[in-house]
Design a protein around this ligand. Sequence first.
Ligand code: S3P
Length: 174
Amino acid sequence: MKLNKNLVLVGMMGSGKSSIGKILSKKLEFEFIDTDNKIEEIEKKTISEIFKINGEKYFRNIEETISLKLLKLNNKVIALGGGGYINSNIRKYIIKKCISVWLDWKNETLINRIKNNKKRPLATKLSSMELQNLISKRSIIYNLSDYKIKCDKLDKKEIVEKIINLYENSKITN
Ligand code: S3P
């Protein structure tokens, strides 16, 4: 089988990495992997439980180990957790070996989607202002990904089409 670079979706919580990723994986006929789901499977706990019981530092460590392992596979569409690309070891590997796309949304869209979401421990802990600051700080790093899609004015189908085009063209130019 031909080995293709992984397509990695990065961006904040609530940016649609998993739902867009699932559609992309069907179109590309790649397996879909959600790093948070894998972490939950391996740890036998939800992300919220891991944050509560083991703490964020523990989560960030396993996030690094598990994400790096998954990124070494081929022919996958991978949805990273919102903090995954912020980790420099994960990011360096992606920049070298994968094609990455940042799903970029207006701050208010993201904040409305994630605030008070019990499945997202960071979002419940932070005020809207703090989330705003986190998005601004992280955006500088998300911007290091290969491609950025401004999602606000697009529907899901258009977002998927744009990503497929970028991915297919990058295979030609890389
Ligand atoms: C996090 C995002 C979450 C999850 C964890 C931390 C973050 O993933 O990894 O709650 O730091 O932004 P999603 O982006 O899939 O919600």
